[in-house]
Structure formats: C-alpha cells, structure tokens
Design a protein around this ligand. Structure first.
Ligand SMILES: Cc1cc2nc3c(=O)[nH]c(=O)nc-3n(C[C@H](O)[C@H](O)[C@H](O)COP(=O)(O)OP(=O)(O)OC[C@H]3O[C@@H](n4cnc5c(N)ncnc54)[C@H](O)[C@@H]3O)c2cc1C
Length: 270
C-alpha cells in the first residue's frame, strides 16, 4: 500500500500547473462575487477586482463564494473529537493499512514513508492503547477535528460553480474528500470547455451531475462511519463478527478497496 500525503499531492499539482505556465497566487482571497449575463466579477481581499467568463470556487468548507451565493450547506456535525497523530512506530505493518474495530471507536493506522504512521481515532488515546508488539517513537504532528456531513443545496448558479469541500464534506473514513474534489474539477473542466464553446446548459449539467454523485458518496461514507460509531449489542455483533467475516470475502475486500480509491462509480461528464 502506498499512501501519498495530501501535501505531496498538492505539491505535485502545483508543479503540473507551473509546467503549463500557471502560477498559484497565495495570500489573496475572494471577498465577494457578483455575476451578470456575460461575466463574473470577484472582489479580492487586496482591494483589486478580477473578471472572468466563469468561476470555479474550491475555497473550502467555509466557502466565501458559497455564502455570497446565499446557498445553504445543510447536514450535521458530530460532537465527538477525532484525533490524528503522525508518529514513528516500531512493529506496525509497514506496507498495509490496519484497522482495529474497538467498541469505543475504531483505530485506523496508515503507513507513510520513513517509518511514520498516521493514526486516526475518535476513541481513547491511541498511544496508550497500541496493539501488542507496537512501540511508539517520536510524534511528528497531532491534530483534532470534528466530523460533519454536508452537501451544498446547489453546485452551479449561473456562471459560478462550487467544488471540493466548498460543496461537500464528510468523515475521512474512506479517504475520499480530496479525491472527490479532484473529480469535481475534472468534470467542471469538461463542462466549462463546452460552455465556453457555446453549449450554455453545460454549467447546469456540472451542478446536477456532481451533486448527484457527490451526494451519493456523502451518504455512503456517513452510513459506513455511523456503523462504526454506534454502541450496543447489535453494533458490537456487527463489529466483532460480521465485519471480520466479511473482510475474508475477496469480493467484499475488492469493493472496499475500489470505494477507497474512488472507483465505485463512473465519473460522468454528461
Ligand atoms: C483528518 C482528515 C483526513 C483526510 N484524509 C483524506 C484522504 O486520505 N484522502 C482524501 O482524498 N481526502 C482526505 N481528507 C479530505 C481532504 O483533506 C479535503 O477534502 C480537501 O482538502 C478539500 O480540498 P479543497 O481544495 O476543496 O478545500 P481546502 O483543502 O479546504 O482548500 C481550500 C483552499 O481555499 C483557500 N481559500 C479559503 N477561502 C478563500 C477565499 N475566500 N478566497 C480564496 N481562497 C480561499 C484556502 O486557503 C485553501 O487553500 C481528509 C480530511 C481530514 C480532515
């Protein structure tokens, strides 16, 4: 198993843009957006104004553009804190993802390069409850977050489209968030090219196609995460018997891997 940390993915994408002559400008944000029949105008935080035929907003979960469009971002927020740790571990499998379905919350362990592993849990302190034979070394980074599941009420309004976390957020179980945003960008590129060539309905197509596909992923990830956080005898039986049994069935494992890789649905551009 190879895990590419998101910072590395972002560096690769930035390099790919540079090869195409595009420089990423940092430190300047969109403060407001407006649009008319022919263009979009963005007021920037440095006081300048940018004008373009169309706008793709991937400005994160607290999206300024989504708010400027007055779009709802309905969903829920779970109260339990999730912990993240990047830590050196001796004894953990160096090339496998690993999950312990504990009653107080699953512990997920993913190998990064150089003997560093990412631990994710909403249960007890993972370092205090490492599996037998594992020893923790230097902790490189820790963080804490709370999980929400939300989907924007629309992903296209006129000439402005939303993508990535600006349009959908869900638990990291399944490792889909960033990849789903990359899918949005891919479909937007296809639709935007057609729109600029005169197919005026194509941005609306983007909004419809992605909202259906992103919404389905958000619902699936939420259901899967919820199954792992439930308590009670039935949930214990599912975790203790059903999931370990299912994990021995190759077709089930294949489906889980395909889901994690985002290969569980076709990427529709029409
Ligand atoms: C713990 C955790 C683990 C995860 N693991 C995975 C994983 O394994 N695989 C995976 O695919 N995904 C994963 N994700 C999800 C992934 O991190 C996000 O889905 C992804 O970062 C979203 O990218 P984005 O560009 O849409 O938004 P962001 O990453 O939030 O980026 C938004 C960008 O917009 C900028 N911005 C904000 N406001 C403005 C503005 N007004 N004007 C201009 N720019 C603005 C911000 O500075 C930022 O650079 C994980 C998330 C969490 C929390």
């Amino acid at each position: 198993m190879t895990i590419l940390p998101q910072a590395r993915t972002e560096a690769l994408l930035t390099e790919a843009l540079a090869e195409r002559g595009v420089t990423v400008e940092r430190g300047v944000g969109v403060a407001d957006v407006d649009q008319d029949e022919t263009s979009v105008t963005a007021a920037l935080t440095d006081g300048s104004v940018a004008r373009a035929a169309i706008l793709f907003a991937a400005d994160g979960a607290h999206s300024t553009v989504r708010k400027a469009l007055d779009l709802d971002f309905p969903g829920d927020r779970w109260s339990e804190p999730w912990r993240l740790l990047d830590v050196e571990l001796d004894g953990a499998p160096p090339d496998e993802g690993w999950v312990d379905l504990r009653p107080d919350g699953p512990l997920l362990c993913l190998p990064f390069a150089g003997g560093v592993f990412r631990l994710i849990t909403f249960g007890a302190d993972p370092l205090a409850h490492l599996p037998d034979g594992w020893t923790a070394g230097k902790v490189h980074w820790t963080s804490e977050f709370r999980v929400s599941h939300r989907l924007a009420e629309r992903m296209a309004v006129g000439r402005v489209c939303l993508g990535g976390d600006a349009a959908h957020i869900h638990s990291p179980m399944g490792a889909r968030g960033m990849n789903l945003g990359v899918e949005d960008a891919f479909v937007f590129a296809a639709c935007a090219a057609d729109f600029l060539n005169g197919e005026t309905g194509r941005l609306a197509d983007y909004g419809r196609l992605r909202r259906e596909d992103d919404g389905a992923v958000v619902r699936r990830v939420k259901a899967a995460t919820d199954a792992l956080r439930r308590s009670g005898p039935l949930a214990d039986a599912v975790r203790g018997l059903l999931i370990p049994f299912a994990a021995r069935i190759p077709a089930v494992v294949d489906q889980i891997v395909r889901t994690g890789m985002g290969l569980d649905h076709p990427v529709r551009v029409r």
